[in-house]
Design a protein around this ligand. Structure first.
Ligand code: ATP
Ligand code: MG
Length: 568
């Protein structure tokens, strides 16, 4: 739109650096004594990771400056809003680790005050009732290159405006028949100043005010005044609102507001391989493309929580991406890495074979069972202790840990090759059994080297280590492999057609035959583990039952998408 009024660069890499510079200045000059910020969601959907950035920024600034951050529901659009969303938003902000204390507010609580202030503008000849339709208003507004044309109703007298505006509120006119507009400047180069709409007539029940109102304020009218009422010092919003700032200030200038907030813009978070507009997320939910707002593939906070992401990892991510003034897209791999780093420190390592292939150790007695001591955390065994894993003649290993004709660098099982079974013996593959009809390999035959564990065992030979479970003692495990929801880095690209065409058909894979070590049946909802060599998993809090945990893959151990992203 308009050329940027100011250009700022990030002075430090600290999150919110440029905003902190402004705040430091306001504190130093005495303009501000206590820093008050707010997070102002519209309750018309669930919060997503972009909101998390805003939450971390606003609550983080309040925390660091010893001020406070309000949670304000920007509920000026009844009809699109719902109590379900309000509850979800509160839960999500809390889960992220932030607390608004007693400072929970609603724009709806200011409807009467806003009305009175609008009346002041009417009295001062700075607002008028306009009977043009929405389309006509748009036509009259002009464009970036053409000035607007004044509405024929712009010259209404104060008396007539006062009368009509009161009757709008009293419900005398049908929905959409009239609006209240600020009288500013139809020739302004900033379209937002060309007599913006302040009130619309809409007979719509509001979740807080019920049927008390049939006129509702617009965002531009409600937002800055709500900030002023609450004593917000720094009203931080995304860059699209930069061109609204002159209007934000114009309203404050005309009114006897109790405080003078300052609007500061920052770049919104865009993340690759997903979409972040509530409209699109809503479409995914309503169209049944996902299982709900908290589907573990959704970029919503509820979805990430259900997937098994931790609040710590999300906060870490928000710190690392920082706050800049230039729009950019952050690579999903960065978020995934934050999760890996966090879970790497705290998730117990256990074994689960996803696609089992039977392995028979020919020189191991059929009736023998050994309990193998396996640390939960190999890098620091004392920290998380260990468990005993049963080992016997028949095991399961991962189907793709065997290749009949392997390439040179395949450090897993193949005829004649030897591998280490995690925490246990070296085994060497001596042959395979195949299904006579299909030719599919159904069993591996091996021998083990009894001297390959315990004190004095020979150092590991060249070859890999693979995970395994006992065929007899292992338990069936429900595993859901979640992957990125979209198959392309920028599914919402404007010229890319319907974003839903880019949904990744393999974003959810439910495994049917996975087998885990026996202790896994006891995993409880909300626990996180690492299945060795596979990834981090979360015991789904909704679908798990005692004794029957369902494991959601949070993230694999490596970024398997790096190449695709580079090509995209
Ligand atoms: P959407 O565009 O997804 O519908 P919104 O901006 O309409 O989102 P709000 O509920 O109005 O959603 O947003 C509440 C706050 O969160 C606002 O202050 C907004 O600036 C901020 N916010 C929303 N999306 C992002 C994002 N992607 N990155 C950073 N902040 C965001
Ligand atoms: Mg919004």
């Amino acid at each position: 739109m308009l050329p940027r009024a100011t250009t700022m660069t990030e002075p430090t890499s600290r999150p919110g650096g440029l905003i902190r510079t402004i705040i430091d200045g306001d504190l130093a000059s005495g303009k501000v004594r206590e820093v008050v910020t707010r997070f102002p969601p519209e309750p018309n959907g669930y919060l997503h990771i972009g909101h998390a950035k805003s939450i971390c920024l606003n609550f983080g600034l309040a925390r660091d400056y010893g001020g406070r951050c309000h949670l304000r529901f920007d509920d000026t659009n009844p009809g699109r809003e719902d109590v379900e969303y309000i509850d979800a938003i509160e839960r999500d902000v809390r889960w992220l680790g932030f607390d608004w204390g007693p400072h929970l507010y609603h724009a709806a609580d200011y409807f009467e005050q806003l009305w009175q202030w609008a009346l002041l503008l009417v009295e001062a000849g700075k607002a008028y009732v306009c009977d043009l339709s929405a389309d006509q208003i748009r036509e009259h507004r002009g464009t970036l290159t053409e000035p607007g044309r004044p509405s024929p109703y712009r010259t209404r007298s104060v008396e007539e405006n006062r009368d009509l505006f009161s009757r709008m509120r009293a419900g005398e006119f049908p929905d959409g028949s009239r609006v209240l507009r600020a009288k500013i400047d139809m020739a302004s180069p900033n379209l937002n100043l060309r007599d913006p709409v302040m009130y619309r007539i809409r007979r719509e029940r509001h979740h807080r005010t019920g049927d008390a109102w049939c006129v509702y304020p617009t965002y531009d009218w409600a937002h800055g005044q709500s900030d002023a009422i609450e004593g917000i010092t720094h009203s931080i919003c995304t860059l699209e609102f930069e061109d609204h700032r002159p209007l934000y200030e114009w309203f404050l200038d005309q009114l006897p507001v109790p405080s003078r907030p300052r609007q500061i813009e920052f770049a919104r978070l865009n993340l690759s391989f997903t979409v972040m507009s509530k409209r699109m997320l809503m479409e995914l939910v309503q169209g049944g493309h996902v299982q709900g707002w908290d589907d573990p593939r959704m970029p919503t906070i509820a979805g990430m929580r259900r997937r098994g992401y931790t609040p710590e990892a999300i906060r870490d991510f928000c710190e690392r991406i920082g706050v800049a003034r230039a729009d950019s897209t952050v690579d999903m791999a960065l978020l995934e890495n934050c999760i890996r780093q966090d879970l790497n420190e705290r998730a117990q390592r256990v074994m689960c074979v996803h696609r089992p292939l039977r392995l028979v150790i020919e020189n191991y007695a059929d009736d023998r069972v050994e309990e193998i001591e396996a640390p939960f955390f190999p890098d620091d065994p004392p920290r998380m202790g260990s468990r005993k894993v049963p080992f016997c003649r028949e095991l399961y290993v991962e189907r793709d840990d065997f290749m009949e004709e392997p390439p040179k660098k395949f450090f897993r099982l193949a005829p004649g090759r030897e591998v280490r079974l995690r925490w246990s013996y070296l085994v060497k593959c001596t042959g395979v059994r195949k299904d006579e009809r299909t030719g599919e390999i159904v069993e591996l035959r091996c021998t083990y080297d009894p001297s390959s564990i315990g004190p004095g065992a020979p150092a590991g030979k060249k070859g890999g280590t693979i995970h395994w479970v006992s065929a007899r003692h292992s338990v069936p495990i429900q595993v859901r492999l979640y992957d990125r929801l979209f198959g392309v880095p920028n599914p919402a690209r404007k010229d890319g057609g319907d974003f839903k065409e880019h949904l990744n058909p393999e974003s959810l894979l439910v495994l049917t035959g996975a087998r885990g070590e026996p202790g896994l049946v006891g995993a409880t909802a909300g626990e996180r583990v690492q299945f060795e060599r596979k990834g981090f998993y979360f015991v789904d809090p909704v679908d798990s039952k005692p004794g029957a945990p369902v494991f959601n893959r949070i993230v694999s151990l490596r970024d398997s998408w790096a190449k695709i992203a580079a090509e995209g």
